[in-house]
Ligand binder design. Structure first.
Ligand SMILES: *Cc1c(COP(=O)(O)O)cnc(C)c1O
Length: 454
């Protein structure tokens, strides 16, 4: 505990390298870790953190790292956000837990009201609070199955929905998420995703969103049967799959199809939601109104919380006692979410997401014009990525992604590698990062490309 320092917006907003990274103190803890922590939980960047805020992570050796991960799209409102800290402190001093299923408390109800109001669609809604993104997705499936009295769940190539048994089945990529962990839950069917960069027909024309949706519909009709499908579950922008933004028209066509066939349309907004893309929810970009929305990550400024929000008649298909959990909607996590939402609403964070996105776009396009390996630049708002390929082909280039991320890491810039082929660099700054810091991070990134490709 003694090594912790004060974080939040007061933390000086500068990149600083005082030792090699990880430094000696981090290495000492890392040595203890290998003897204490299961190796299955890996850390991409083993510098041990003592404070964070704005756009900076400070490690135990005094290095200050520019954060382009936000704890995987979680600390959108900034680490140790003042509203979050204030509300959580008040809450933990009052009481820490009762279990909402035993003794209820008001802030759970208040957050449900907020989520019902913030998620797309002005219809009557209900919310259930849970702990993790995976748990929210599981519950959305439970609810959809009860409501439709059907079993099948349709998911997509490159999808990521979590690490529990059902969500592993729903996740596309085998290593490291599923390998050796089967048997998996049944009645999960995988459909082709709209992936504009890689979706060319034989003549080289891009597949339209409508045609990509038709491909999905054919798969459902021929392999599953529309009247067997409880839910279509999709990330409106795929996260771990490589920040894949489907072609325009793909999502609305699927929503219409779901509605015509009594299928519950679930938007998994766990990563793309909560201001990340410059709108409160990524579904808003194409004006779709999902029947159910799953949220987590950016919801509570870093405390573990998730939710399923959706149409009242669907949510209320499950009888009393059918949903819940010991910690779901823990009062401290709920207090954090209410604090975070206060920041989203009052601190111009959606505008910041767009502004940060514009900077990232123009910096990536500059890289693209210099290095043909930067083949595709994509994303929305502060959820941006570039896909790297071998020169003169569209063969994935995971080694380049690794080399660039390594150079950035060595120079105190945290960049995450993602994508089915491990060849996508993704950028998820906290929305509290300054333009200056973001530009500095991209200076280092540019240096990394020059070094890797020279
Ligand atoms: C991270 C993620 C999940 C799983 O969330 P956990 O909190 O890690 O269980 C589910 N869906 C999407 C889209 C995600 O990005």
């Amino acid at each position: 505990m003694t090594s912790l320092e004060k974080g939040g917006p007061a933390l000086p907003q500068e990149r600083k390298i005082v030792t090699e990274i990880p430094g000696p103190k981090s290495k000492e803890i890392e040595a203890r870790r290998t003897k204490a922590v299961a190796q299955g939980v890996a850390s991409g960047y083993p510098a041990y953190i003592v404070a964070a805020g704005g756009g900076i992570l400070k490690d135990i050796d005094g290095n200050q790292i520019i954060d382009l991960a936000a704890g995987i799209a979680v600390t959108n409102v900034g680490n140790a956000n003042e509203n979050v800290v204030k509300r959580v402190t008040e809450q933990v001093e009052a009481f820490t837990h009762t279990c909402f299923m035993v003794n209820p408390y008001e802030n759970y109800v208040e957050l449900a009201e907020k989520l019902n109001q913030l998620t797309p669609g002005s219809f009557d809604k209900r919310t259930v609070l849970l702990n993790s993104g995976a748990e929210a997705v599981e519950n959305a499936v439970k609810i959809a199955r009860t409501y439709t009295k059907r079993n099948a769940v349709v998911v997509f190539d490159h999808a990521y929905h979590g690490r529990t048994n059902l969500t592993m089945a729903m996740t596309a990529k085998v290593a490291p998420y599923k390998h050796g962990f089967g048997p998996f839950a049944g009645e999960v069917y995988r459909a082709p995703m709209s992936y504009p960069f890689r979706d060319n027909d034989a003549a080289g024309t891009k597949l339209s969103g409508e045609d990509a949706a038709k491909r999905v519909i054919t798969m459902i009709e021929k392999q599953v049967g529309a009247d067997q499908v409880a839910a279509i579950v999709i990330e409106p922008i795929q996260g771990e799959g490589g920040f894949i933004v489907p072609a325009e028209g793909f999502l609305p066509t699927l929503v219409d199809y779901a509605r015509e066939n009594g299928i519950v349309f679930v938007a998994d907004e766990v990563q793309a939601g909560f201001g990340r893309t410059g709108k409160m929810f990524a579904s808003e970009w194409e004006g779709i109104e999902p029947d159910l929305v799953t949220t987590a990550k950016g919801i509570a400024g870093g405390l573990p919380l998730s939710a399923v929000t959706g149409r009242a008649e669907i949510m209320d298909a499950v009888g009393a006692g059918g949903l819940g959990g010991t910690y779901g909607g823990n009062p401290s996590a709920v207090a954090a979410a209410l604090g975070a939402i206060e920041s989203y609403e009052n601190e111009g964070l959606l505008e910041r997401a767009s502004a940060l996105g514009d900077i990232m776009r123009s910096r990536m396009e500059a890289l693209q014009s210099k290095f043909p390996e930067v083949a595709d630049v994509r994303g929305r708002g502060a959820m941006q990525a570039c896909e790297l390929v071998q020169r003169d082909s569209i063969e994935p280039n995971p080694n380049l992604a690794k080399a660039v991320a390594k150079h950035c890491a060595d120079n105190a810039v945290l960049v995450l590698v993602t994508g089915t082929f491990g060849n996508v660099l993704r950028f998820l700054p906290p929305l509290t990062m300054s333009d200056e810091l973001l530009n500095e991070a991209f200076d280092v990134l540019e240096e990394a490309f020059e070094k890797a490709l020279s």
